[in-house]
Design a protein around this ligand. Structure first.
Ligand SMILES: *Cc1c(COP(=O)(O)O)cnc(C)c1O
Length: 373
C-alpha cells in the first residue's frame, strides 16, 4: 500500500461508519496482546471509566460500562437479551427502522413485548405510553431510540423518561447515533441502560459497541441472557474480575483507536463542544440546501443535528445514483433515504467533519444540479 492509498478520497456524510481523524486511524497501526496488562489496564479499563464519566458525571459510581464485540446492533441485542428477565415484558417505542429493529430483536429472542409504532413522521404518543404503563402491569421494561437515524428524528427522551420512571419501569435507550454528540443526562433522567457504538459520535472505527448500565440493575440479570456471546452480564463480570479482560477475542486495534478518539473528544471540549460543532454543521447544511430549493422531511423542531432527510428534487432528470456519483467525485458520500413511501436521501453531519466541509458540500450540490437544466 502506498501513501496515496492511505488518503481518504471522500468524506463520509453517512450515519456510520463515519470519517475519522488521521490520528485515530494511526492508532490502529500497532498490535496488542489481548491478555496483557498494557492492553487491559492501559487501554480497556480507562475507556470503561471514561465512558461512565461521560454518561453519568458525578454519579459515575452508580453506573458501569460493558464493551461488546460486533456492530452496534450486537450491543442492542445483548442489552435487551440480558436486561429483560424471562418473565419480563418489554414496551418498544418505534418510529423508524431502528425502532423496528428493537422489535425484531425482541421477537427473535422471544421476549414478550408490545410495540407502540407511531410511524416514521410522528413522535411517540406520551398519553398512550402513560396509559399503557398504568394498564399493563406486566410491562417491566421500556426501550426507545433517542435519535432515530432513519429520519434524524430526535425523540423526546426527557418527557418519555419522566413517564417511564414515574411508573417505576426500567428504561433502556438506543442512543447509538446520539451518545457523544448530544448531551444526555443519564442519571438525571433515570436511564438504566444506554447503548452506543465505537463508530458513531465518539468518532472511532467500527468493531464494538458499549452499554452503560446502572450497576444495581445489571447485578440482577445474571440468569437472563438468551445467548452466550451476547451475555452482557457475563461479559461485565469478566471485565470486572479480569480488570479489562474480554471473554472472547477482543477487537484490539479498534479498541486502541477508540481510546484515541475519546482523548480527541476530550481535547475538543467534550460532548458540549462536539454538539456545538455538529449543530453548526447542520445549520450550514440546512441553510444551504434550502437556498438551493431542497426540502427537509421533518419539521425543524423534531430534527436532530446528526443526520437530515431531504425530499428528492421534483425534477424529471433526477436520480439518486447520478446525484450520489457526482457528489462522490467532489469528495462527499451521502446516503439513500429510508422513509417509507417518500423519495428521499440523507446527509449526515457527524464524524471528523467540520463547517468548512459542509460549506464545500453545498457548493458541490450546487454544481451537481444538472437535472435542473
Ligand atoms: C447505527 C445505529 C444502530 C446500529 O447499527 P449497526 O449497523 O449494527 O452498527 C442502532 N441504532 C441506531 C439508532 C443507529 O443509528
Amino acid at each position: 500500500m502506498n501513501d496515496s492509498e492511505l488518503e481518504n478520497p471522500y468524506i463520509l456524510l453517512t450515519p456510520g461508519p463515519l470519517s475519522t481523524s488521521p490520528t485515530v486511524r494511526k492508532a490502529l497501526l500497532r498490535d496488542w496482546c489481548t491478555w496483557d496488562d498494557d492492553y487491559n489496564l492501559g487501554v480497556v479499563t480507562p475507556i470503561r471509566e471514561k465512558l461512565v464519566q461521560l454518561a453519568a458525571g458525578d454519579q459515575a459510581a452508580d453506573y458501569t460500562a460493558v464493551l461488546m464485540q460486533g456492530s452496534g446492533s450486537f450491543s442492542v441485542e445483548a442489552m435487551i437479551g440480558t436486561a429483560v428477565p424471562r418473565d419480563g415484558k418489554l414496551l418498544i417505542l418505534a418510529n423508524g427502522a431502528y425502532g423496528d429493529r428493537l422489535a425484531k430483536i425482541a421477537s427473535y429472542l422471544e421476549v414478550d413485548h408490545v410495540i407502540h409504532d407511531c410511524g416514521e413522521l410522528a413522535q411517540p404518543d406520551q398519553q398512550k405510553l402513560k396509559q399503557t404503563l398504568d394498564d399493563d402491569l406486566a410491562i417491566s421494561h421500556v426501550v426507545l431510540v433517542h435519535n432515530e437515524t432513519t429520519t434524524g428524528m430526535l425523540n423526546p427522551l426527557e418527557e418519555i423518561a419522566g413517564i417511564v420512571k414515574a411508573a417505576g419501569r426500567i428504561l433502556m435507550v438506543d442512543a447509538m447515533s446520539s451518545f457523544g454528540g448530544i448531551p444526555i443526562d443519564v442519571p438525571g433522567l433515570g436511564i438504566d441502560y444506554i447503548v452506543s457504538s465505537a463508530n458513531k459520535c465518539i468518532q472511532g472505527v467500527p468493531g464494538f459497541g458499549f452499554v452503560i448500565c446502572r450497576r444495581s440493575a445489571l447485578e440482577r440479570c445474571g440468569n437472563n441472557a438468551r445467548s452466550l456471546s451476547l451475555d452482557l452480564c457475563d461479559q461485565w463480570r469478566t471485565m470486572e474480575t479480569g480488570k479489562g479482560k474480554w471473554r472472547f477475542t477482543s477487537p484490539t486495534h479498534t479498541v486502541r483507536a477508540f481510546a484515541q478518539a475519546m482523548q480527541e473528544l476530550d481535547e475538543e471540549g467534550g460532548i458540549p463542544a462536539r454538539f456545538a460543532r455538529y449543530t453548526e454543521n447542520h445549520r450550514i447544511l440546512i441553510e444551504g440546501m434550502e437556498r438551493l430549493g431542497f426540502k427537509c422531511i421533518l419539521p425543524r423542531e423534531w430534527q436532530s443535528p446528526i443526520i437530515t432527510g431531504f425530499h428528492s428534487p421534483d425534477a424529471p432528470g433526477y436520480t439518486f445514483q447520478a446525484f450520489y456519483d457526482t457528489l462522490k467525485t467532489h469528495g462527499f458520500v451521502i446516503y439513500p433515504g429510508k422513509v417509507t413511501g417518500i423519495e428521499s436521501f440523507r446527509i449526515g453531519t457527524i464524524g471528523h467533519v467540520f463547517p468548512d466541509d459542509i460549506a464545500r458540500l453545498i457548493e458541490a450540490v450546487e454544481h451537481s444540479q444538472t437535472w435542473i437544466n
